[in-house]
Design a protein around this ligand. Structure first.
Ligand code: NAD
Ligand code: MN
Length: 345
């Protein structure tokens, strides 16, 4: 590659504060990566209130021309708004970014010298309840609402494969399948069974990977009591969403946890957190989740050295603990944390 075309979709709230931070970190890499070319793109709820569109066609078309992208966060209202639908959920489907990969790692070591939390949530990103086929009808007993929960063999197999492939790159090579098949024996049953069958499709390849499974409720319980038992947690969409926020609490803040939305041909970095309206505009949003998302994105594209430089700089800043945003108990502003990281890159 001569240059790296990176789409930037800050969208709403603190997305607009943290995506520029990620951009700065990428720019600081210099010749470790092809010359970055940034394309600013629009999406989000605020855009919807102004224009009636949350995800313009031009944004999707431009993203298809990019090598990769970074997405901030959207402010999706909790009440139904006619004509509005979350652009991130749509984008994941539109670009077939079927895996949401969310590494959750504590920086502080436990007495063994290893991070006490070092796991990756591998979340299916295109189906489950996020197909958003909801209906409501009036009955004699009041309104009745239903939602379709779609689990397909195809999506379960490819997310399972992603989880096993990822496991091969990790020291412990351990995959835990998260489900609730004791109750949802048909849908979660299909997910569980299909993921379990992945190693059988390529005999030999995944021999070193150990497999466990855990019901989603007790998985959260064990996550809080003994997070060290988990390495890769592979889950249907909604469980994966919830587990990753829960895991974020264990390492100190949602503001630390990055992700990538990955398909076979495209990758989009995205912090796990939302638009955080409670702190938006105060310049205190933690930029680390977004900066690490940029590193994850670069790593996926094969720019390991650049990704390492970003991650090492972030690790140093967090370990030192003198320049941190309030979510981590510090007093620093977003830009001060960015400056400290850039200096170390
Ligand atoms: P949130 O992740 O925005 O915030 C949860 C809590 O964590 C808040 O107290 C917030 O201040 C804090 N927090 C989050 N990111 C932080 C950061 N970088 N630095 C410091 N503190 C941080 O979740 P929410 O409050 O449930 O949702 C707010 C809005 O975000 C909603 O409209 C929701 O729909 C949207 N949302 C969007 C996405 C996405 O775009 N992918 C994901 C989750 C939520
Ligand atoms: Mn979430």
């Amino acid at each position: 590659r001569q240059s790296l075309k990176i789409g930037l979709v800050p969208a709403d709230g603190i997305g607009r504060e943290v995506i520029p931070a990620a951009r700065t970190a990428i720019e600081a890499l210099g010749s470790d990566i092809p010359k970055p070319q940034f394309i600013d793109l629009l999406a989000g709820f605020e855009l919807f209130t102004k224009t009636g569109t949350a995800l313009p066609e031009e944004t999707i078309a431009a993203l298809r021309e990019c090598d990769c992208a970074l997405f901030g966060a959207v402010s999706s209202p909790s009440k139904r708004v006619t004509g509005y639908s979350s652009p991130i959920v749509a984008l994941r489907k539109e670009l077939d970014l079927y895996a949401n990969i969310r590494p959750v790692v504590s920086v502080a070591a436990n007495p063994s010298g290893k991070p006490s939390v070092d796991l990756v949530v591998v979340r299916e990103n295109t189906e489950c309840l996020y197909v958003k086929q909801e209906t409501i009808i009036a009955t004699e007993n009041g309104r009745e609402a239903r939602a379709v929960r779609l689990i397909t063999e195809r999506a379960s197999r490819r997310i399972g494969r992603m989880a096993f492939e990822l496991a091969l790159t990790r020291p412990r090579k351990h995959v835990t399948i998260i489900h609730k098949s004791n109750v949802l024996s048909v849908t979660d049953g299909l997910f569980r069974e299909t993921v379990r069958a992945v190693p059988r499709q390529e005999p030999g390849k995944f021999d070193d990977v150990t497999i466990a499974e855990q019901l989603v409720d007790s998985a959260v319980y064990r996550l809080f009591r003994e997070p060290e038992i988990y390495d890769i947690m592979v889950a249907p969409n909604l469980y994966g969403d919830i587990i990753s926020d829960a895991a974020a609490a264990l390492v100190g803040s949602l503001g630390l946890v990055p992700s990538i939305n990955a398909g076979d041909n495209f990758v989009m970095g995205e912090p796990v957190h939302g638009s955080a309206p409670d702190i938006a505009g105060k310049e205190i949003a933690n930029p680390i989740a977004s900066i690490r998302s940029a590193a994850l994105m670069l790593r996926r594209l094969g720019y390991i050295q650049g990704a390492d430089r970003i991650d090492n700089a972030v690790d140093e800043v967090v370990r030192q603990g003198t320049v941190l945003t309030p979510d981590l108990g510090g007093k620093s502003k977003t830009h001060e944390v960015v400056d400290a990281i850039i200096k170390r890159i």
